[in-house]
Design a protein around this ligand. Structure first.
Ligand code: CP
Length: 311
């Protein structure tokens, strides 16, 4: 059992609670690998996926996760909800609350939207990504994947590369890695770093090539073209030359280092096609872990405990 009502900021969770999520996800991953994947554990529960920004992986995996646990899942997108007609988030929350929803997953362009939702409804709230702030289930599925690949976290050097200042993945992954005993580094051009990078709580560097041979995990971030303001990059081609992962850079990585990316990939920018499709790249393992981790989050928030998974 975890003592949390919501999953909004990863720092709200203790290391024990994080480990309980990862261990529960491990059990669900085994269920997901079977021909019959459905469990009755959340039968009668209602889960709403309120995705007011585009998403493929997060929205789909929350929906699959809810269905695999036998919950009733309902999806809203920006184009099909009354937010399109100007309804406020607070009014949307109170409307969903009146329908007795048990858990709401929200993605929103505004940092703090999940917290606002939590103030207006009794349901459990899960942050599916809010602006540039946090994406806690992404960080959890990344941690799950790292543990599967590396056996643990202690002493691992994880380089998080690219568009640091616009990344909600950084907002959750840096504190989570530190909690688990790994050492995160944020690496990118000065124009894509916050003005005070030390506030991120990680070591930072402007050169990928200097740190690359030391890293156990090379985590490439997506360049968030939709959030770039005032063109802080001279060109994507120049970015790819300095920070993109290609065959030549892969050869300079530790032999057992892995490549991660939250998706979607801008091929030819963060990763060449050879890097994206290489055997050291675990992108699809991350996506696979996403379903199990999201099953674990919903199950534990709705009162399940890790000993009670009816297999
Ligand atoms: N990683 C991630 O959040 O992907 P989506 O935008 O497709 O959900």
């Amino acid at each position: 059992m975890i003592s949390q009502q919501h999953l909004i900021d990863i720092q709200d969770y203790s290391v024990d609670e994080i480990m309980e999520i990862l261990d529960t996800a491990r059990s669900f991953k085994e269920v997901n690998d079977r021909p019959l994947k459905k469990l009755p554990t959340l039968r009668g529960r209602t889960i709403v996926n309120l995705f007011l920004e585009p998403s493929t992986r997060t929205r789909t995996s929350f929906e699959i996760a809810g269905k695999r646990l036998s919950a009733d899942t309902i999806n809203f997108s920006a184009s099909t909800s009354s937010t399109q007609k100007g309804e406020s988030l607070a009014d949307t929350a109170e409307t969903l609350s009146a329908m007795n929803c048990d858990l709401v997953v929200i993605r929103h362009r505004m940092a703090g939207a999940p917290r606002l939702l939590a103030r207006h409804m009794d349901a459990h709230i899960v942050n599916g990504g809010d602006g540039k702030h946090q994406h806690p289930t992404q960080a959890l599925l990344d941690a799950f994947t790292i543990r599967e690949e590396k056996g643990g976290f202690e002493g691992l050097k994880v380089g998080i590369v690219g568009d640091i200042s616009h990344s909600r993945v950084v907002g959750s992954l840096v504190p989570l890695l530190k909690m688990l005993g790994a050492t995160p580094y944020v690496i990118g051009p000065a124009t894509l770093m916050p003005a005070e990078p030390e506030t991120l709580g990680a070591d930072y560097a402007y050169s990928l090539d200097e740190l690359l041979p030391e890293l156990d995990v090379v985590y490439m971030l997506r360049i968030q073209l939709e959030r770039l303001e005032n063109a802080p990059l001279p060109s994507l081609r120049e970015y790819a030359l300095l920070y993109g992962l290609d065959t030549e850079r892969m050869e300079r990585m530790k032999p057992d280092a892995i490549i991660m990316h939250p998706g979607p990939v801008n091929r030819g920018v963060e990763l060449t096609a050879e890097a994206a499709d290489s055997e050291r790249t675990v992108l699809l393992d991350q996506v696979n872990a996403g379903v199990a981790v999201r099953m674990a989050v919903m199950y534990l928030l709705l009162g399940g405990d890790s000993n009670g998974i009816a297999a």
